[in-house]
Design a protein around this ligand. Structure first.
Ligand code: MRU
Length: 358
């Protein structure tokens, strides 16, 4: 299946060429396909903050390239380069708070830096590490796609009606996608009748990005309002809700795009299975439960405006952009290290003891 998945890859949002990071601007998709060049850590941090690049894995990969650029630049500036690099690290690590991959990727870069020996080419090694982070995410996507398909086959077979939320596809990762990777692979296996895509208010990652990715591949899809999800579960024969994750705590609680929690509650009520797909770089074993996850809140104007035009009343708006789904509402978490059914603290710890495959 791996080769077939690779051959089907159409969308790519992160391109590293000649020491410059090119990002497909996700704020203007699907109407414009504009690439933005980032030549410094500051430019990458700004691209993350402004959501030019978004999706936890894509953010982590971009930050790794940002730090690689910073190493080369700081080395060229002179002696105190390691001190100066700390500033770049801090800038990048605080660009967005919730996704674990940003912290994971930057820490992996920092650990690699600390292992460099006298006389080695620091800049080249750091660039290679960023590329390795990018490649490993792509590989993880492929492994998870296969595992997710096996699960669907085992629990339900063909003719699936799937429901997904936000965008966790090629645009949000280094490759094929997490949840959307499973969905794309299941479609290739002839198992999917239709994918229902929550529009994902307020930023519309569903109707703008996921719908575009699926349509590019000729996958049958329908966009629906987020608030239609329970009704769809009742009337459209939804078999699985399949979502990604931005951070997973040690007990299996999952932070993902706002609206995921209510999907899980509704899925349990309707007997619909609930799958989370995320690589192990999204798992934060330092956090005991979802209570400890810092959830980003963005400006209320994102709710009260449409395409920059005020449509809501002149009032206060509360705009949390992630929520936490408790582990006991989740049927299965799929990672590249393996699958955890009915996640809990013990099973998550056992998973994390397994060797990372990439
Ligand atoms: O705010 P975003 O668009 O960066 O949100 C992140 C997401 O895309 C989702 O929550 C996603 O399901 C996890 S990232 C693969």
């Amino acid at each position: 299946m791996r080769d077939r998945l690779l051959a089907a890859e159409k969308v790519n949002a992160i391109d590293w060429r000649d020491g410059v990071l090119y990002l497909l601007d996700q704020r203007v998709l699907p109407f414009e396909q504009t690439w933005r060049a980032c030549s410094s850590a500051a430019e990458v941090a700004q691209a993350i903050r402004s959501m030019t690049v978004r999706g936890a894995p894509a953010i982590g990969i971009s930050a790794a390239y940002g730090l690689a650029m910073a190493v080369r630049q700081r080395l060229a500036e002179g002696d105190d380069w390691e001190m100066a690099l700390e500033e770049d690290f801090e800038l990048l690590v605080h660009a967005r708070p919730t996704g674990a991959n940003l912290f994971w990727a930057l820490n992996r870069m920092r650990e690699r830096l600390m292992r460099i020996k006298e006389g080695e080419d620091v800049a080249a090694i750091m660039e290679a590490e960023a590329i390795a982070i990018h490649d490993s995410d792509r590989e993880a996507n492929l492994t998870m796609a296969q595992m997710g398909v096996d699960l669907i086959r085992k629990h339900q077979g063909n003719e699936q009606a799937l429901l997904t939320h936000c965008n966790n596809g090629a645009l949000a990762t280094g490759g094929f996608g997490t949840a959307l990777g499973v969905i794309r692979a299941a479609f290739m296996e002839g198992m999917v009748e239709r994918v229902y895509v929550n529009e994902t208010r307020p930023w519309l990652q569903g109707s703008r990005l996921t719908a575009w990715e699926l349509a590019e591949e000729g996958i049958a899809l329908t966009v629906n309002a987020d608030s239609a999800a329970a009704h769809l579960m009742k009337t459209k024969g939804i078999t699985w809700v399949i979502v990604g994750a931005d951070r997973i705590a040690a007990n299996g609680d999952v932070a993902n795009k706002i609206g995921t929690y209510q999907l899980a509650v509704n899925a349990m009520h309707h007997g619909v299975r609930f799958m989370v797909v995320a690589s192990s770089s999204s798992i934060d074993m330092n956090l005991e439960s979802g209570e400890d996850i810092l959830l980003e809140e963005r400006s209320g104007s994102e709710l009260l405006e449409v395409a920059g035009k005020r449509v809501g009343a002149d009032v206060e708006a509360f705009n949390p952009v992630f929520d936490v789904t408790p582990a006991d509402l989740i049927d299965v978490i799929v990672t590249e290290k393996g699958v955890v059914e009915r996640p809990d603290t013990v099973k998550m710890a056992q998973l994390m003891c397994r060797k990372r495959l990439h």
